[in-house]
Design a protein around this ligand. Structure first.
Ligand code: NAD
Ligand code: 6OD
Length: 486
C-alpha cells in the first residue's frame, strides 16, 4: 500500500490539510493506497511553479532541444513499462492485454507524435509594398499559450492525459494535471520520469483530488491558468467552459457520446460482428468512442443479434493478468451503480434483454469487485433512456432499419456527435453517409483505428475543438504576427 502524493515543482508533496481518500482496486476492492487531496494551497503552488517555469530554463530551450528532452520520456516510459502497466491496471482493473497494447504504448507515443509535429510546423509569411514605396514582410511566430490545466477522466488514464500533456509540452507550455480521482497513479508516477530525463522543475505538475470544491475546480478557476483542456462528461465540460469564461481562457473539450454503429446487409459479416463486439465491450464499454446504439439492416438483423449475443456471452470476466480474461470490471462502485441503474431503466421501459442485465457470478475472491455483465437489448423505442443517454458500460441496444435515409435520421437524432462506424462493402454509400452523419469521427469497416496526425474531437454536445497532429497547435500555441518594414 502506498501514499499517492501531489507532484509540484519537481517534488512529491503531501497536502497542508492532511486530507486523504482511499483508492481501491476495482477487481477485488483491495486498498491500493491513500491519495493526498490537493487543496487551494497545493493548487496555488502548482500553478505558481508552472508559471515560473515558463520563464526559467524551459523557456530558453530551442525547439529541437526541448523535443529531444521530451523524446527521452518515451524511452523512459518504455524502460519502466511494467511499473506503468501495474499501476494502470491496479487503478482500473482492465485486462493486461489491453493496457499493454493500448494504454501504455500510446501513453508514450503521445509525446513523440507531437515533438515530430512541432519541429515540422511552418507559419505563413506575406510581402507587400507600403504607401511610401518601401516593403513590408509579415510572418507568423508560434508562441506557447502559457500554463495549461489538464483535467482527465479515468477510462484511459495515461493515454488521455499524455494526449494533452504531449502537445502542451512540445509547444513549450507548462502544465498542471488533475487526474481523475479514480485513477491517480500513472499521472503521478510520470513525475519520476520527468525528473529522470531532466525536464526542469515546475514544467509538469500533478494535483490529485476531486472536481467540485476540490483540486479540479480550484485549478480551472485559477487566474494564472492560461488554457484548460478537458476530457470527460458533457455536464462537467459545461462547468469548465463557464470557469474558462472568467479571464477569457480558451477551453478544449472532449466530451461524452452516444455513438452509433450502422451495419448494412452487404457488410463483411464476420468483420462487422468482430468490430462491433470490440466497439461495444472493449474496456468494459468505458471508451468514449464506444458503440451503445447499433442499427442493423433488416435482412441480417436476427443473425447479427444472435452473433453479437454469442460474442457477449463469451466475454469471460476475470483478473487482469489471467490470459483467459476478456473483460475487466467497471472502474468504481459509483460507476457500477450508475450502469446498473441504466440496466434497470432498460428493463422498466420494456426492453427485450437479449443477454446480461446484471452482475456476473464471480468467485469469492472477486465478489467485492465492480463487475458487470455485457448486455444487449432490443425492442426499445428511440426515446428510451438507454437509447438516448450515455451509459459508459458494456452494453448496446440493437434496432433494425430498412433504408439509408431512415438510418441517417436515426443516427443523427441525438444531442451527442462524437463517433460512428459504418459497415458495408458499398464504399460509395459509406462515404455518402460519412459526410452526412453529424460526428467528429467516422470509421468505415473499422473502429478506433488511429492515425495521430488526424483531427480528433466531437460535434454537437460531444465537444469543442480538435486535437491531433497540427490541429493540436491551434490550442497549445498562439500565433503572433510580426510585420517588418524595410
Ligand atoms: P467526469 O466529467 O466526471 O470527470 C472528468 C474529470 O473532471 C475528473 O478529473 C473530475 O474530477 C473532474 N471534474 C469534475 N467536475 C469538475 C469541475 N466542476 N471542475 C473541474 N474539474 C471537474 O468524467 P469521467 O466520469 O471521469 O469520464 C467519463 C466521461 O468522459 C464520459 O462521459 C466519456 O464519454 C467522457 N470521455 C470523453 C472522451 C473524448 O475524447 N470525447 C474521452 C474519454 C472520456
Ligand atoms: O485515441 C485518442 O487519441 C483518444 N483521445 C481516444 C479517446 C478515447 C476515449 O475514451
Amino acid at each position: 500500500m502506498t501514499d499517492i502524493l501531489n507532484f509540484i515543482n519537481g517534488e512529491y508533496v503531501k497536502n497542508a490539510s492532511g486530507k486523504t481518500y482511499e483508492k481501491r482496486n476495482p477487481v477485488d476492492n483491495a486498498l491500493i493506497g491513500h491519495v493526498h487531496e490537493a487543496g487551494q494551497p497545493e493548487v496555488d503552488a502548482a500553478v505558481a511553479a508552472a508559471k515560473a517555469a515558463l520563464h526559467g530554463p524551459w523557456g530558453q530551450l530551442s525547439v529541437v532541444d526541448r523535443c529531444k528532452m521530451l523524446d527521452g520520456l518515451v524511452d523512459e516510459i518504455n524502460r519502466r513499462f511494467d511499473d506503468f502497466l501495474q499501476a494502470e491496471i491496479a487503478d482500473t482493473g482492465k485486462p493486461a492485454h489491453l493496457a499493454s497494447h493500448v494504454d501504455i504504448p500510446r501513453g508514450a507515443a503521445n509525446f513523440k507524435i507531437f515533438t515530430d509535429t512541432i519541429k515540422n510546423a511552418s507559419t505563413e509569411s506575406f510581402e507587400m509594398r507600403t504607401p511610401d514605396g518601401k516593403t513590408a514582410r509579415s510572418y507568423g511566430v508560434r508562441v506557447p499559450r502559457g500554463v495549461i490545466a489538464i483535467i482527465c477522466p479515468w477510462n484511459l488514464p495515461l493515454l488521455l492525459m499524455t494526449w494533452k500533456a504531449g502537445p502542451a509540452l512540445a509547444c513549450g507550455n507548462t502544465v498542471v494535471v488533475k487526474p481523475s480521482e479514480a485513477t491517480p497513479s500513472t499521472a503521478t508516477m510520470l513525475g519520476e520520469v520527468m525528473n529522470k530525463v531532466g525536464i526542469p522543475k515546475g514544467v509538469y505538475n500533478v494535483v490529485n483530488g476531486f472536481g467540485v470544491n476540490s483540486a479540479g475546480s480550484f485549478l480551472t478557476s485559477h487566474k494564472d491558468v492560461n488554457g484548460i483542456t478537458f476530457t470527460g462528461e458533457t455536464k462537467t465540460g459545461t462547468a469548465i467552459m463557464k470557469a474558462g469564461a472568467d479571464g477569457i481562457r480558451p477551453v478544449s473539450l472532449e466530451l461524452g457520446g452516444k455513438n452509433a454503429a450502422v451495419v448494412f446487409a452487404d457488410c463483411d459479416f464476420d468483420n462487422a460482428v468482430a468490430t462491433v463486439t470490440r466497439s461495444c465491450f472493449e474496456n468494459a464499454g468505458q471508451v468514449c468512442l464506444g458503440t451503445e446504439r447499433v442499427y442493423v439492416q433488416r435482412p441480417i438483423f436476427e443473425k447479427f443479434v444472435a452473433a453479437l449475443k454469442d460474442k457477449a456471452e463469451g466475454m469471460k470476466p476475470g483478473r487482469p493478468f489471467d490470459p483467459d480474461t476478456k473483460i475487466g470490471p467497471l472502474v468504481s462502485k459509483i460507476h457500477q451503480a450508475k450502469v446498473l441503474r441504466m440496466y434497470q431503466a432498460a428493463k422498466d421501459e420494456g426492453a427485450n434483454i437479449v443477454t446480461g442485465g446484471g452482475i456476473p457470478d464471480m468467485p469469492d475472491d472477486l465478489k467485492d469487485g465492480c463487475w458487470i455483465q455485457p448486455t444487449i437489448w432490443t425492442g426499445l423505442p428511440e426515446t428510451a433512456t438507454v437509447v438516448t443517454e450515455e451509459i459508459f458500460g458494456p452494453c448496446c441496444h440493437i434496432r433494425p432499419f430498412d433504408t439509408e435515409e431512415e438510418v441517417l435520421a436515426l443516427v443523427n437524432a441525438n444531442r451527442y456527435g462524437l463517433a460512428t462506424s459504418i459497415h458495408t462493402q458499398d464504399i460509395g454509400r459509406a462515404m455518402r453517409l460519412a459526410s452526412a452523419i453529424e460526428v467528429g469521427l467516422c470509421w468505415i469497416n473499422s473502429w478506433f483505428l488511429r492515425d495521430l496526425r488526424t483531427p480528433f474531437g466531437g460535434s454537437k454536445q460531444s465537444g469543442i475543438g480538435r486535437e491531433g497532429g497540427l490541429h493540436s497547435l491551434e490550442f497549445y500555441t498562439e500565433l503572433r504576427n510580426v510585420m517588418v518594414k524595410y
